[in-house]
Design a protein around this ligand. Structure first.
Ligand code: PNW
Length: 462
């Protein structure tokens, strides 16, 4: 340490946690095997036009049948942790009633395979594959779904809790609520802000109920957390309208989740914005106390930074319906294949801002990564220098935030494998390992080799 030219990545401590992440529906396939019932994504994929190319998760990366080889790939990367999710309709078909032993057995084998290789399993209990039957009885906008989630969480905990220490209840409830129930871009494809806000509240309630029950049942130390997708909303100019657009976006995207989780209350300004749209949060009784159950770790997923303007192209601050204008404006930075602007310094700002506003909450980067247009050579090797650059710049951003005082304990690359990228299907590739979807062959990309070398270097400093 000490040299002015040293790479900030090399200031990360040897104890830093390193991992790769995936999710069940995006990689497993085998959607009708061993008792699994459909999830809302199986249904949504069959809605014409919902997913690019009409792609589905029916086969995906066929991970369900290739799990041991995939764990070997993870081991080759030299990471200490693997973040994966359990599929609710595999564990508890239909979302109610007893566990499905055959479905659970898959995760049982996965956990053992990881532990055999010295890799810690980090389980995410919900990464968007809600059993279709629960959507049919109202989905997340229905309060009962929160209680069903807590029951399901206990089925997984009872089966794996003797070997899994770290549990993430939900992945990105903003995406589940807003993309699923307000914007119609994700399953179940509904478009109603009131439903989306009810969904957000019941997701948080489900998180709190599950957290409480796992904590009460645990006989060994557990680490409980939730993962949020977060971004710093930057106002385009110093104008009051731009500041208000950034405030509102940050409110609906970040504080609507962080404030109840950490402080046990919804932010007044967001409630006022929602009320102006005729929407109220369906809070009952001691919901907020349940939601504010102590967290051991906050998972942060970061992909891009956004600049907000409160005026339209003609300078007007109200739209045709009289609502305040809130729009994202490009800042002219390079973009990933998703069209997301690459803004690593916003990552540093975000982590420092969370430390300041929600002190005492250790953070782990549970996802960071990028889709680019990969060009495999004849052997399937991808020299993805763009992805290497993205990962390196964002790791530097994390290291800078740490040096400035943010309590960030680890970093997981999204994703281990190219996989089913939701509404974009297989068209967008986030993997550090290439998947040939015709042969299911896996070939580590240059970014995987770079990640392995980086992990080895930082951990080896002791
Ligand atoms: C995350 N957005 O999704 C998910 O956790 C992953 O499953 C997914 O593959 C990854 O990021 C890449 O997309 C997001 O529109 C989807 O802001 C959409 C947004 C953010 C995250």
């Amino acid at each position: 340490a000490g040299s002015a030219t040293a790479d900030p990545i090399d200031t990360l401590p040897a104890s830093f946690r390193w991992g790769v992440a995936t999710s069940s529906y995006q990689i497993e396939g085998a959607v009708a095997e061993d008792g699994r019932t459909p999830s809302i994504w199986d249904t949504f994929c069959r809605v014409p036009g919902a997913v690019a190319g009409g792609d589905t998760g029916d086969v995906a990366c066929d991970h369900y049948h290739r799990m041991p080889q995939d764990v070997a790939l993870i081991a080759d990367l030299g990471v200490d942790t693997y973040r994966f999710s359990t599929a609710w309709p595999r564990v508890q078909p239909g979302g109610r009633g007893p566990a499905n032993p055959t479905g659970l057995a898959f995760y049982d084998r996965l956990v053992d395979e990881l532990l055999d290789r010295g890799i810690d399993p980090w389980v995410t209990l919900y990464h968007w594959d809600l059993p279709q039957e629960l959507e049919d009885t109202g989905g997340w906008p229905a309060r009962d779904t929160a209680y069903r989630f807590a029951d399901y969480a206990m089925l997984v905990f009872d089966a794996l809790g003797d070997r899994v220490r770290t549990w993430t209840t939900l992945n990105e409830p903003w995406c589940s609520a807003m993309l699923g129930y307000a914007y119609g871009e994700h399953a179940p494809g509904r478009r109603d802000l009131g439903d989306a806000i009810a969904a957000a509240h019941h997701l948080l309630l489900g998180h709190g109920l599950a957290t409480r029950r796992i904590r009460a049942a645990a006989t060994a130390p557990v680490e409980l957390g939730i993962t949020l997708n977060l971004a710093t909303a930057v106002p385009a100019t110093d104008s009051a309208a731009d500041h208000d657009a950034a405030r509102a976006s940050d409110g609906l995207g970040a504080r609507l989740y962080l404030d109840p989780l950490v402080h046990g209350r919804y932010p007044d300004d967001v409630l006022a914005d929602l009320a102006a749209d005729g929407v109220t949060v369906p809070v009952r009784d001691d919901d907020l106390a349940v939601i504010a159950a102590p967290l051991d770790v906050l998972g942060v997923n970061y992909y891009f930074g956004q600049v907000f303007s409160g005026v339209d192209a003609d300078g007007r601050d109200r739209d045709a319906d009289g609502r305040p204008v809130r729009r994202v404006i490009p800042r002219g930075r390079p973009r990933t294949a998703m069209g997301w602007e690459i803004v690593p310094e916003c990552f540093t700002d975000l982590l420092l801002r969370i430390s300041r506003d929600y002190p005492g909450l250790p953070m782990v980067i549970t996802e960071n990564g990028a889709a680019f247009d990969d060009h495999p050579d004849a052997r399937g090797f991808v020299a993805d220098d763009d992805r290497v650059g993205y990962l390196a710049e964002h790791l530097r951003a994390v290291a800078r935030a740490r040096r400035a005082g943010a309590d960030v304990r680890g970093y997981f690359a999204w994703s281990l494998l190219d996989n089913f990228e939701w509404a974009y299907g297989y068209d967008k590739r986030f993997g550090i390992v290439r998947v040939d979807y015709d042969t299911q062959e896996r070939v580590p990309k240059r970014s995987a080799l770079w990640f392995r070398d980086t992990v080895r270097r930082v951990r080896g400093r002791g």
